[in-house]
Design a protein around this ligand. Structure first.
Ligand code: GAR
Length: 194
């Protein structure tokens, strides 16, 4: 069975949706650990409560190089094949990505390549788009770039506020991410994934 780790920086609602899919047997894979660069990440507590090991990556003391060495060690000790980024707000180094090319996945709350970066939902909202959405993609050396695996459109309704749009985008993320991972982990080609 495929083993994976999830990296988070904050609330961890995407991580929780993935962990629930694992716990319910919908995502046939082992979630070995959840790790964060942020000691205050609410998602770490959620992971612990769900019974998954929660690890800290010490970017503060060790810098990116040290934190990535720590992560690489955790991955090799746990035989982790895939790294799943779920609101992980650090850029992984080109060396780290190159050593695991095609094995790191990310979710972003916009229809990439539009509105990459830290505030995809707000940027799309302020631009005034009528359709936005969610993208799951493989990670390369760029920011929210790399081959697209799946997308889901979310229309902006005339009555929307930024908050109501955010809610629908997060709901779309929570459904799309684990389903895309299920296809990826079982080796279903991208062209056959929805
Ligand atoms: C999610 O909306 C995710 O798509 C976004 O951070 C949020 C994390 O929420 N990621 C990015 O913007 C990456 N550029 P969560 O911690 O509740 O899963």
């Amino acid at each position: 069975m495929t083993s994976f780790a999830v990296l988070i920086s904050g609330r961890g609602t995407n991580m929780a949706a993935i962990a629930r899919a694992v716990a319910r047997g919908k995502l046939d894979a082992r979630l070995k650990f959840v790790a964060s660069d942020n000691p205050g990440a609410a998602g770490l507590d959620i992971a612990r409560k769900m019974g998954f090991p929660a690890e800290m990556l010490d970017y503060g003391k060790e810098g990116r190089r040290g934190a990535e060495q720590q992560l690489a060690l955790l991955c090799s000790r746990n035989n982790v094949e895939w790294i799943v980024l779920a609101g992980f707000m650090r850029l992984l180094s080109p060396e780290f990505v190159a050593a695991r090319r095609g094995r790191i996945v990310n979710i972003h709350p916009s229809l990439l390549p539009s509105f990459p970066g830290r505030d995809g939902i707000g940027d799309a909202w302020r631009y005034g788009v009528k359709i936005t959405g969610v993208t799951v993609h493989l990670v390369d050396e760029g920011v929210d770039s790399g081959p697209i695996l799946a997308q889901k459109a979310v229309p902006v309704r005339p009555c929307d506020t930024l908050e109501s749009l955010e809610k629908r985008i997060h709901r779309a993320e929570h459904g799309l991410y684990w389903k895309t991972l299920a296809g990826l982990f079982s080796g279903v080609p991208a062209s056959e994934r929805s």
